[in-house]
Design a protein around this ligand. Structure first.
Ligand SMILES: [Zn+2]
Length: 485
């Protein structure tokens, strides 16, 4: 059975002062912390605010903009997995006259139809639906009517048409020249849930979080909370509740504490759609968000049990690789996604000796070859080929792991552990590649990794074979294909 859309959303942006600092991983962006050093005395910065409110079936977002600007652009403007259409244009409708929601290159924007400044007060009617985004954080809709919205949906900044046309798709590291909004969340029907607690009015600012409106089923355990759709096939909740603590404990044993040791997992169910097997997820501080859909996941077949464990292992890995450290630019997602893949494979192998690790890793190699043939890995997101980050990132991780084994007898976790201690919370490409050279004492390895990252190859199998040969990954060549042995 083919599993579609095993996506993991990606980056999160944390805003530090006015510069976009980072993104995480399927995950992430950590909470924003003040820069080190003496804190300058600062007046509370002016910033926009947003009131997100539900009144029965009516959802509104009232933006109060703190300055005149011809365009307000949203920081995160992902597209829907599959259709590649901007999700906001399908789920949001501006009701303030003279203002439109538009797409300019890679960015969703609000602009005034007459070319003047956007009015200081703009109302948008929201129609939240649960869809998988390409490397993004989507809304979760539950069959109970409950909805969880990510705070990052409302982050926006003032700009101009000219400037937004020249902006890169990835805003990490770009100075946006303004603070992100303070968002207030209210539900006429009762308290909303933020950070595990119910409050009449939630407030988020400079952070990534999910806010839950309405009721779902909740399972409390000593080391985690699972909040799920009551219509979710029951085996999934049981699997998450039993396996996530197990895999989390394994990671903590190998790597030290992650970003949280008491995660909340929110699981939505989109129904038993025929001929579909889909699970998607993402991670924000303290929370894993998952969506399941399709007839293929209704029953706990041995294959589904194995895939779901892998999925839980991958998402949980982001509390270390993605939250404890995050990537610098979205194009470096191979570090967190490929790394989380190999963490999951090694954890599953340890927990269940019958697990087919070699089959999973072979898939990574085959996919990396096909997705880097004649094209760079770092630009995969422009083509909607996010799978390249996972597959090639896992291949590079396998080479690093083998180098570690040659050097110290260790494994992937031993290579990774020192890299998780970054004073700035960012694991950059340079830091990763320098570690590879340090452990292998072979400076030629990074050249081959960078070649696939930046250019791809006519025959990626030959490049991967060289990497594996020098680091000691066991394989043989079969008709030009790298086959693990
Ligand atoms: Zn991921």
């Amino acid at each position: 059975m083919r599993v579609q859309a095993l996506t993991c959303s990606a980056p999160t942006l944390g805003v530090l002062a006015s510069v976009i600092a980072l993104s995480g991983a399927c995950a992430s962006a950590g909470p924003v912390s003040p820069a080190a050093g003496p804190a300058p005395v600062r007046l509370e910065a002016a910033r926009p605010s947003v009131l997100v409110q539900r009144d029965g079936d009516n959802w509104t977002a009232d933006f109060t903009l703190d300055r005149d600007a011809p365009v307000w652009a949203f920081i995160r403007s992902e597209v829907v997995e599959g259709t590649r259409r901007p999700w906001r244009l399908e789920q949001w409708r501006v009701t303030t006259p003279g203002v439109v929601l538009d797409r300019i290159n890679d960015h969703d924007v609000l602009r005034a139809t007459d070319g003047g400044p956007v009015p200081r007060r703009v109302r948008i009617a929201l129609h939240p639906r649960s869809v998988d985004l390409e490397a993004g954080y989507g809304s979760l809709a539950f069959t109970t009517g409950a909805v969880a919205l990510p705070s990052m949906q409302f982050d926006l900044f003032p700009t101009t048409l000219d400037r937004v046309r020249r902006l890169p798709g990835d805003l990490n590291g770009v100075d946006l020249g303004a603070e992100t909004p303070r968002v207030v969340w209210r539900d006429r029907a009762g308290p909303v849930l933020l950070d595990g607690g119910r409050v009449t009015e939630a407030v988020t600012q400079d952070r990534t979080a999910y806010v839950l409106f309405g009721q779902v089923e909740t399972l409390e355990a000593s080391d985690m909370v699972v909040m799920m759709d009551p219509a979710l096939p029951s085996w999934i909740g049981r699997q998450v509740g039993s396996f996530a603590p197990q895999v989390g404990a394994y990671y903590a044993r190998r790597l030290g504490p992650g970003q949280t040791d008491h995660p909340t997992v929110m699981i939505s169910w989109r129904g038993p759609t025929e001929r579909m097997t889909s699970m998607g997820g993402s991670v924000v501080p303290g929370v894993i968000v998952m969506s399941f859909e399709g007839s293929g996941v209704v029953n706990p077949t041995p294959e589904m049990l194995s895939v779901s464990r892998w999925f839980i292992g991958h998402e949980s890995a982001h509390f270390w690789l993605g939250q404890s450290v995050r990537y610098e630019f979205a194009r470096d997602m191979w570090i967190t996604e490929g790394g989380a893949d190999l963490m999951a494979v090694r954890a599953l192998q340890t927990i269940d000796p019958a697990y087919d690790a070699r089959g999973e890793l072979q898939k990574e190699i085959d996919d990396c070859v096909s997705l880097s043939t004649g094209r760079a890995v770092v630009t995969a997101s422009e083509r909607g080929e996010h799978r390249a980050y996972y597959a090639c990132g896992a291949v590079f991780a396998m080479a690093a792991e083998a180098a570690q084994k040659q050097r110290t007898g260790g494994d992937w976790f031993d290579f990774l552990k020192p890299l998780l201690r970054q004073p700035d919370g960012v694991l950059s490409r340079e830091e990763w590649l320098t570690a590879l050279t340090r452990v292998s004492r072979d400076p030629s390895l990074r050249g081959d990794v960078e070649r696939l990252l930046d250019r791809g190859a006519d025959d990626p199998s030959a490049v991967i074979a060289r990497l594996f040969q020098r680091t000691g990954v066991a394989f043989r060549m079969e008709g030009g294909r790298v086959v693990l042995t």
